[in-house]
Design a protein around this ligand. Structure first.
Ligand code: ATP
Length: 316
């Protein structure tokens, strides 16, 4: 009978200790994410894991209680130094090391089946566990959610891509990393420099040679300026030239106010938001002295997000 009780107590000791490490070793935020993704086991465990102090105190009280009874029972069948050695050995190996190693690995899959027992323990030990858990929370504060910085998120993505167990491939890695970092870049870093910009003066005539030049450059949007390049007044859309039957003044064809102004220091996410809200896909960039220094389009931003140079049919 005593031996049976000892075995039973050892099993309980193993369970308490394994569940303590298993459940509290599960990151609460990660459990919540899994729960939100529809993982049933995570949802069930989350309900007992969310109040970490109450769970910790309950499992520890249970564990200490069981270990104390176990030591007394072992002392009743052995004595002296031998009793100490046997109980230490049994508790450490079977009550602590093996269950902790096991539950650390299978907390989610196996721990799930023990949730009803944990609920029962939470109920039984509530009168003792609740005041202690309450004091712990007052002294140490609530458990904080794990919030990663952008750099940490990037490291997670990189290590996932490197792992053979991950579904993430290198294209996805590139786009996610680009999406994480593109807002750190400024318009001035990705714009097309002024000297490379193809623009037309508002006073121009759309002659054969000008049209030929437009075709050669291959751009869809051509900024139009009044007298000086810094006075940009609109954009000539090359598709508006399709219906052109005769040589016309550019002033009658271009569309005024179809270009935004942004600053070299503006971050790409701000520029992107402007493009999307105003439904305009090109901006001229000005520096600190309000001087025109370049052009930026939606494509320049998309290239930063996907970390790939986009070349279309008309690009060389
Ligand atoms: P689409 O792809 O619609 O034909 P596009 O090739 O003319 O248009 P975008 O795709 O918006 O233009 O941009 C491609 C690159 O060309 C970007 O780096 C952009 O800054 C640059 N770019 C666009 N228009 C001009 C222009 N008029 N002069 C100089 N560079 C331009």
């Amino acid at each position: 009978m005593t031996y049976l009780a000892i075995v039973l107590l050892l099993v309980l000791s193993a369970l308490f200790s394994g569940l303590t490490l298993g459940f509290l070793g599960l990151d609460r935020s990660e459990l919540e994410r899994k729960k939100n993704l529809g993982n049933h086991k995570a949802r069930v465990i989350y309900e007992v894991r969310k109040n970490n102090n109450l769970l910790l105190v309950t499992l520890l009280v249970g564990n200490v209680l069981v270990n104390a009874i176990l030591s007394v029972m072992l002392a009743s069948i052995t004595s002296g130094a031998f009793a100490v050695a046997v109980s230490t050995f049994l508790i450490v190996i079977f009550g602590e090391i093996i269950p902790q190693a096991f539950f650390a690995k299978y907390a989610l899959t196996v721990g799930y089946f023990f949730v009803p027992i944990v609920r029962l323990l939470l109920f039984v030990f509530y009168p003792i566990a609740f005041p202690v858990a309450w004091m712990l929370e007052k002294a140490m504060g609530k458990e904080q959610d794990t919030i990663w910085s952008k750099e940490e998120l990037a490291e997670v993505i990189k290590s996932h891509e490197d792992s053979s167990f991950s579904e993430l491939d290198s294209d996805e890695e590139k786009v996610i990393l680009g999406a994480l970092t593109f807002s750190d870049k400024k318009a001035g870093e990705v714009m097309t420099m002024k000297k490379e910009c193809f623009m037309l003066s508002e006073g121009s005539m759309l002659t054969e040679s000008v049209l030929h030049n437009i075709k050669e450059r291959g751009h869809t949007r051509i900024p139009v300026y009044y007298k000086k390049q810094r006075n940009i007044v609109g954009v000539l859309f090359t598709k508006d030239l399709i219906t052109l039957r005769e040589t016309k003044p550019l002033a009658t064809v271009y569309r005024p106010d179809t270009i935004l102004q942004v600053h070299t220091r503006e971050s790409l996410d701000d520029v992107l938001n402007k493009f999307l809200h105003k439904r305009i896909h090109m901006a001229y960039v000005v520096n600190g002295d309000n001087k025109f220094v370049g052009l930026i389009t939606l494509e320049d931003i998309v290239e930063e997000i996907i970390k790939t140079e986009i070349n279309d049919e008309s690009d060389e």
